[in-house]
Ligand binder design. Structure first.
Ligand SMILES: Cc1cc2nc3c(=O)[nH]c(=O)nc-3n(C[C@H](O)[C@H](O)[C@H](O)COP(=O)(O)OP(=O)(O)OC[C@H]3O[C@@H](n4cnc5c(N)ncnc54)[C@H](O)[C@@H]3O)c2cc1C
Length: 374
């Protein structure tokens, strides 16, 4: 039974945000930046944020050439450009809010490995460049085949290499820790280790019911639980998608720096100092990876190790230091869900493989919807 004091001081808020990934924290930060008098609580089920935001590979990217070409199968050119712009603006917002040092932002450029299978996408390079010109004012993608040797890739496999000088990398852990610190500095309340089991509302307030049975209340609630949202709202059109990531031990004379994509963004690797972080392969077992379990799929992991050995680091001795899994959320197209769910509950979920880039802007959009109702 809670005390009178607890009831008076700990239970009621102007806004409750459920989920402390990049979207939830950005939403809370935007609301507090806009109106410092509002009392905001962020509730998180994990000891620390435990979704995709602390488990991705730290790419500050807005789409590789083959990814953007493939997007045009499901999106109009304008929709594809809007998403690129949202990603670019989201990254700028994140950099502006925390500063490059605090997010470990490094611009070493991004590259895409083109094997025979993807070579036809190069025919669209000029078209994609001319469309992206409205955002970047210069060509984004260029062929740099001379670097295939310099980087030591297997030339039988990597037929061509495309550079994107605008792409960068971040330190995912530092970014999330500093975003949490920023929210605390603003005076946002954060409670971890608290899973929300259900949410109901009446005319006066929203009741946010925790697994332990305690109920918090708020005038407005933001749901930013991404891949885990179906537990709260089973009818939502959203599927979890697991991504496997590994990191090597330090590698002497690592010949490349930067972020690298392959196969429409399904595979991605980068340097972290002189270590290599490599992830992807979800398309090898789409059904098996449609899960919220954090287990590592051994079949996909073995395929990643094979690609690392045969294509990316064919001439190097190295050891795998660690591997892990993160859960993303996907829908019928790449657009996130940012909309009211009921009178006082608003959703900002389904960030796909883009939430590092768009999370700050989606948090802002969600925050503005809530500010408009207070
Ligand atoms: C392997 C991998 C690679 C990726 N690569 C990229 C990339 O290159 N570029 C890019 O932009 N993005 C990338 N992403 C995607 C990006 O990480 C996500 O889109 C983004 O982090 C989603 O942020 P979010 O805050 O919306 O959700 P999450 O980070 O998933 O946060 C949701 C939070 O809600 C909490 N939660 C869930 N249910 C409850 C509940 N009932 N009660 C309380 N709390 C709850 C979770 O614990 C979690 O902390 C990648 C993701 C992965 C996993």
């Amino acid at each position: 039974m809670i005390s009178f004091w607890e009831q008076n001081s700990f239970i009621h808020y102007d806004v409750i945000v459920v989920g402390s990934g990049i979207t939830g924290l950005s939403c809370a930060a935007h609301i507090k930046e806009s109106n410092p008098d509002l009392d905001i609580l962020v509730l998180e089920r994990g000891i620390f944020p435990s979704g995709a935001s602390t488990k991705n590979a730290g790419f500050a990217c807005f789409g590789s050439l083959t990814e953007l070409v493939s997007d045009l199968n499901t999106l109009t050119t304008d929709q594809m450009l809007d998403l690129v712009e949202l990603r670019w603006n989201g990254l700028s917002k994140l950099r502006g809010r925390l500063g490059d040092e605090k997010i470990g932002f490094i611009n070493n450029g991004g590259y895409e490995l083109i094997s025979t299978k993807e070579e036809s996408a190069l025919e669209r390079l000029d078209f994609i460049n001319s469309e992206l010109n409205s955002i970047f004012k210069e060509d984004v993608f260029q062929l740099v085949n001379s670097k295939i040797d310099e980087f030591g890739f297997n030339k039988e496999f990597v037929r061509q290499l495309v550079i994107n000088k605008f792409e960068s990398q971040i330190d995912t852990g530092a970014m999330m820790r500093n975003l949490l610190g920023y929210c605390q500095q603003l005076g946002i309340n954060l409670i971890n280790g608290t899973e929300i089991e259900s949410i109901d509302e009446n005319d006066e307030q929203v009741n946010v019911v925790t697994k332990s049975g305690l109920t918090f209340t708020a005038k407005e609630v933001a749901i930013t639980t991404n891949a885990f949202t179906k537990k709260l709202y089973p009818d939502l059109t959203l599927n979890p998608g697991r991504g496997i990531v590994l990191i090597t031990d330090p590698i002497e004379d690592l010949p490349f720096q930067g972020t690298f994509h392959y196969d429409e963004g399904y595979y991605y690797f980068r340097n972290y100092g002189n270590q290599v972080i490599f992830g992807g392969g979800r398309n090898l077992d789409v059904e098996g990876e449609t899960t919220t379990s954090f287990d590592v799929n051994e079949f996909i992991l073995s395929r990643l190790k094979q690609l690392l050995n045969e294509v990316i680091l064919p001439n190097h001795e190295y050891k795998i230091a660690h591997s892990w899994a993160g859960i993303m959320a996907f829908g019928e197209n790449k657009e996130p869900i940012v909309k009211p769910h009921s009178q006082h509950v608003t959703l900002g979920v389904r960030m796909g493989g883009m939430g590092v880039a768009i999370g700050s802007m989606i948090g802002e959009q969600l925050g503005n919807m809530i500010l408009g109702k207070l």
